[in-house]
Every structure is written in structure tokens, then in C-alpha cells.
Design a protein around this ligand. Structure first.
Ligand SMILES: [Fe+2]
Ligand SMILES: [Fe+2]
Length: 250
């Protein structure tokens, strides 16, 4: 896998390689037939850290978060996560976050955490579109509010990046920072899948890799304009592992 080679270069001076399993968009439901327990057991054997890139629940219900928290009992490695738009749907995001934090999840929302000498920086991100076609702050207050939210998420990412003290850094997002990894989705919804403002922020720092979800029909691999590798790890996206999760070595 390409990321293994990059990772080897990145870690020659910084100690042991850390294996990170990353998956997004579990969309845990109250009445789901399948649980994530076997998946978490498998990941615990394969990786040192599990990263979840949002849409942890399907409708943001506390009961869904409780089911996920229960399933995570089979996960024996540290878990880092960000929330996704679905986790906000029921207006109970604080309860959802509390349940997951009580279960030991390092839930990041503009913060950073260090595990095994890797800095994990997480924000959800927001919509807005990509490149020169990004939505600008013009016209109705509702449009300006939308752009302000997108800018705010990027600023929160920047503030969190400034806290990082590690050589190796993984940025964890829900929304996409580049257009490449949403390719395959309908063109009409590209502006709702992420924002280049996130990549502009990322490129001001030294970042080992970026993972995101949200674009279920996107593609696995991309890169920021500054060269940081970006991986869309939404569960439904085909990955080199042939499994629902990606394995990154950084
Ligand atoms: Fe999703
Ligand atoms: Fe989403």
C-alpha cells in the first residue's frame, strides 16, 4: 500500500510505527440486526488505535450511542472519534457525546489528544464546496451564517493544530477537505460533502495523514494541494484492506 511507504519515511526518526484502523459512517441504529462487535474485535487484533470519522449513530439518538458504547466493549485498543452530521439529527448531541466519552472514547471536537506518540486532531468540519467554487460570504444572512460555520470549523481545526506537540499527526474529520475523495458522488451534492477551507488550514501544518467520512460513494485516496495524504474511510468506500476499515501506518 502506498501509505505504508510514506509512513516508513515519516517514522524513521520518531520511533515505532503506529497502526491506525480508521472507519466512518457506522450509522448505528436502534433496530439494526448486525452489531459492530466482531468488527471491533478484529480491529483490536490488527491495529494499535481505532479512529471513527463521524456519523457514529444514524439519527443522533442517545439509545443508538448506548448500543455503540456497548459494542465498543469488545474493542481493546484506544478509540478516537469525531461526530458527524447524523449525530446532530435528534438535537441530543450532548447526550450522545457524554455516552461515548463515558465509554472511554476520545471524542474530539476542536481538541487534540496524544496516543503512542501520535497527535490526533479532530473536528467535524462542515459544508461549503471546493476550490474556486467554494460558497462565499455574500447575500442573505442565512448564506453568510453557513459560510461562517464553515470558517469557524477551520479555525477550530487551526487552534487544535497549534496544540500538537508530536512529530506525527493524524487529522480526523467527518466532512471532506478535498474534492478528490468525494468523486463518485452526484456532482449536485459536492458542495454539501465538505470544504476546501479545511485543506487550507491543514496545509499550514505538518500533517502525516487526514481521514474523513461522510462521502459514502466517494473514493479512498486523495491529497491536499500541499501534499498531505487524505483518505475517505467511510465504511462503504472500497479500501486496500478489502475490509470496511482502512489501516494506516504512521
Ligand atoms: Fe454517513
Ligand atoms: Fe455524514
Amino acid at each position: 500500500m502506498a501509505e505504508r511507504n510514506e509512513a516508513a519515511i515519516a517514522t524513521t526518526e520518531t520511533g515505532r510505527t503506529v497502526r491506525i484502523a480508521a472507519v466512518g459512517d457506522l450509522h448505528v441504529q436502534e433496530d439494526a440486526q448486525a452489531s459492530c462487535r466482531d468488527l471491533f474485535r478484529e480491529i483490536s487484533r490488527e491495529a494499535d488505535v481505532l479512529v471513527l470519522t463521524g456519523d457514529l449513530t444514524n439519527l443522533g439518538k442517545p439509545r443508538e450511542a448506548e448500543i455503540l458504547a456497548e459494542d465498543l466493549r469488545t474493542c481493546t485498543i484506544p478509540v478516537v472519534a469525531v461526530l458527524g452530521n447524523h449525530d446532530y439529527e435528534s438535537g441530543a448531541v450532548e447526550d450522545v457525546a457524554h455516552i461515548l466519552r463515558q465509554a472511554g472514547v476520545h471524542l474530539l471536537d476542536g481538541q487534540t489528544t496524544e496516543i503512542k506518540q501520535v497527535g490526533f486532531v479532530g473536528v467535524k468540519g462542515f459544508v461549503g464546496g471546493f476550490g474556486s467554487r467554494m460558497l462565499g460570504s455574500f447575500g442573505e444572512p442565512a448564506i453568510k451564517a453557513m459560510v461562517a460555520e464553515s470558517v469557524s470549523e477551520s479555525m477550530r481545526l487551526e487552534n487544535a493544530m497549534r496544540q500538537v506537540r508530536t512529530e506525527r499527526t493524524l487529522v480526523v474529520l467527518h466532512y471532506a477537505p478535498v474534492v478528490e475523495t468525494v468523486a463518485g458522488e452526484p456532482l449536485e451534492i459536492f458542495p454539501f460533502l465538505g470544504s476546501s477551507r479545511l485543506a487550507e488550514t491543514i496545509d499550514r501544518f505538518k500533517v502525516s495523514a487526514v481521514v474523513h467520512g461522510h462521502a459514502h460513494r466517494g473514493v479512498y485516496e486523495g491529497r491536499t494541494p500541499g501534499g498531505a495524504p487524505v483518505y475517505n474511510v467511510a465504511m462503504h468506500v472500497a479500501k486496500p484492506t478489502g475490509r470496511p476499515y482502512a489501516l494506516l501506518e504512521i
